[in-house]
Design a protein around this ligand. Structure first.
Ligand code: COS
Length: 388
């Protein structure tokens, strides 16, 4: 669904207010406690944030990509731990079901995911299958009307609190690559499924990742997404195409917020008798940051528009994710520099956002994986042009 202009502006303004009045003031406490207060999560539910991308017939807002990124630019301005709690429901934890689920699977899970009553999580990565996502070793062996899952998934976002997992597991042992992989919907309470202890991370305190372990975990055959074996890798890639654009929008939002922080500091902090904003060496950092954030925003908006128009945006999503995640890293680094000694001190947000931003260059596909996707497509185009 495409929102009319007035509704979209109203929603953007509402989220902006929520971020400014509720989330940003709570950042320090959330980082300290490594937890998001329940009342904030309740407000997120009331705002519909868990269901931004889930179709209206299942209780979500059913936003198209352009409207989604408009909301995410705003949410991105808060410390990333806040988005993490609902981001899997908006992205990788729900979209496999939205894209490829059967009507029964959609009806069983999407309404609760949209309402935020159930947290969805995406279990692809394994100890020995990170960037090489097609090499998953977790197995799903058919046994009558069931599949039996065995294996370990690693660094699973929202793993400790998820109620349901989209799990990529190998159903065809004779196919070592992507074609042997299928996607399953597995409830957290299923016997044989357990979670490890939450990892201690560099940043994004308040968001949690852990191992998800399957030991003879029996799920009904109806848990196979779409009821089709061997297409789970493609489901995962389609989910990631969209997820990468969402991450890019988050990076743009965070960069814009950091730029505001940087300038607020630079116009008030005085050295050598004048605000440090007036020093040309710092002005280079401000201007580069502003131009790069604008470039990131423009890329995200263009890719979103094209996706809404029906184009395959896999390469554009990789371009946007790569650029925006690297860009926010540079901006966060400059912000620490502009803050000088204060940039290294916990009390100021600069050091936290610097650590928080680091993850964006890694998850949902590292920068190097995005470069590989982009370059492979460029070579394929060139070969086609050359008739090779
Ligand atoms: N949409 C739909 N299908 C896709 C696709 C996409 N974006 N990308 C690949 N596919 C399909 C291919 O068309 C191919 O299908 P066929 O077998 O029918 O030809 C199949 O999937 C395998 O594709 P490919 O050969 O390109 O797979 P690779 O094993 O070479 O892996 C990369 C490709 C590296 C791009 C993939 O493994 C990847 O994205 N890795 C990073 C994983 C990641 O982001 N992890 C983060 C975890 S979630 S936080």
């Amino acid at each position: 669904m495409s929102l009319d202009r007035e509704t979209r502006e109203h929603l953007v303004a509402t989220i902006r207010r929520f971020v400014d009045e509720r989330l940003i003031p709570a950042e320090a406490a959330v980082a300290e406690a490594d937890a998001i207060p329940p009342d904030i999560i309740e407000d997120m539910r009331a705002l519909g944030l868990f269901g931004l991308t889930i179709p209206e017939e299942y209780g979500g807002l059913g936003l198209n990509m352009s409207d989604e990124v408009a909301m995410i630019f705003e949410i991105g301005r808060a410390a990333p731990a806040f988005r993490s709690i609902f981001a899997t429901n908006v992205g990788i934890g729900s979209q496999g079901i939205v894209f490829d689920g059967t009507p029964e699977q959609k009806a069983a899970y999407l309404p609760r995911l949209a309402a935020g009553d159930l947290i969805g999580s995406f279990a692809l990565t394994e100890p020995d299958a990170g960037s090489d996502a097609g090499s998953v070793r977790t197995t799903a062996v058919r046994d009558g009307d069931s599949y039996i899952l065995n294996g370990t998934k690693r660094y699973i976002t929202n793993g400790p609190i998820a109620g349901v997992f989209t799990v990529m597991a190998r159903t065809d042992q004779s196919q070592p690559g992507a074609r042997g992989v299928s996607a399953f919907i597995v409830d957290a309470g299923t016997p044989g499924l357990s979670t490890g202890k939450p990892e201690k991370k560099m940043g994004q305190q308040g968001a949690h990742v852990c191992d998800v372990i399957f030991e003879d975990c029996r799920v009904p055959a109806s848990a196979l997404i779409g009821g089709v074996e061997g297409v789970g890798f493609k489901t995962a890639m389609k989910v990631l195409d969209k997820g990468r654009l969402n991450i890019a929008a988050t990076c743009v939002g965070l960069a814009e917020r950091i730029i505001d922080d940087m300038m607020d500091y630079a116009v008030t902090r005085k050295q050598f008798g004048k605000p440090i904003a007036d020093f040309q060496m710092l002005q280079v950092m401000f201007a580069d940051s502003r131009a790069e954030a604008y470039a990131g925003r423009t890329m995200v908006e263009d890719a979103a528009r094209r996706r809404d128009a029906g184009e395959n945006i896999a390469v554009l999503a990789s371009c946007a994710k790569m650029y925006a995640s690297e860009m926010v890293g540079r901006v966060a680094d400059r912000n620490v520099q502009v803050h000088g000694g204060a940039g290294y001190i916990r009390e100021y947000r600069a050091e936290q956002l610097y650590r928080d931003a680091r993850l964006f260059r890694i998850y949902e596909g590292t920068t190097q994986i995005q470069q590989g996707i982009i370059a492979k497509a460029m070579a394929a185009d060139a070969r086609r042009r050359a008739g090779l």
